[in-house]
Design a protein around this ligand. Sequence first.
Ligand code: AMP
Length: 267
Amino acid sequence: MRIIKKSKEINSVFNSIKETGFVPTLGSLHKGHEYLIKKSVKQNRVTFVSIFLNPKQFNNKKDMEKYPKKLSDDIKICKKNKVDYLFIPSFEEVYSWKTKKRSFPKIQKIMEHRYRKGHFIGVLKVIEKLIDIIPASRLYLGEKDFQQLKIIEDYFKINKIKTKIVKCKTIRNNDGLALSSRNKLLKNSDLKKAADIINFIKKVKFIKYSLAQKKKCIIQFLKNNKISFDYVEFINLKKFTTLEKQSRYMRIFIAFYISKTRLIDNI
Ligand code: AMP
């Protein structure tokens, strides 16, 4: 595995190779990231992983300071999974890269875009650079961050970017909680509490209740357990709009806080 810090060096690799996969990350890798990496290694001749804690997508400075960082472990994980190129750029390296002028899609003011001001603009700004520095044939993104995935998909569509997006399922721990770098900030009892919420939502999803009743039931559960939350939304995954009526494309999206750590999931 080659570790590269300079954008020019990584970009020049593309003169000689085809069938490339790219897994962008914020670092502090876990089995969820590993699933994406393994998929890319299987489907491509060459796999790129980037580790870049992008300040532009953190709407809260403290959140970025607290974000778990474990570069030496990340490097080991990438080596173990046979990553070919690990890109670890500095802020200047990413943002001084000159890209073509492209348009950003219109983002619906729901969920993360409503509660984390500027977050997705920050995500698009970094993806715009990274996908130009690493113009891979396939980009691996997790459904754990479904709204982000949808926005990047829209961005690729309107700008006719040829890279194919490979959607990857959410990897969970044995209790059903989605793996997340932020889980590393939580004690075992907190992880258990978070898993209980997810399992409750899973149950409610399939009860024969109206959407309003389901939502009420989930919110009551959160209140009873003194869990603060930003939203509980029922989304039509096909259209990516808020649902009014039951649909087989329904997924329940949630952002909640456990010991001040914000977790998101969709079930
Ligand atoms: P992050 O480092 O949190 O930005 O995540 C990098 C990529 O890994 C994103 O596409 C995430 O959606 C994906 N990812 C994060 N957690 C998981 C998980 N538990 N299962 C599958 N993919 C994940």
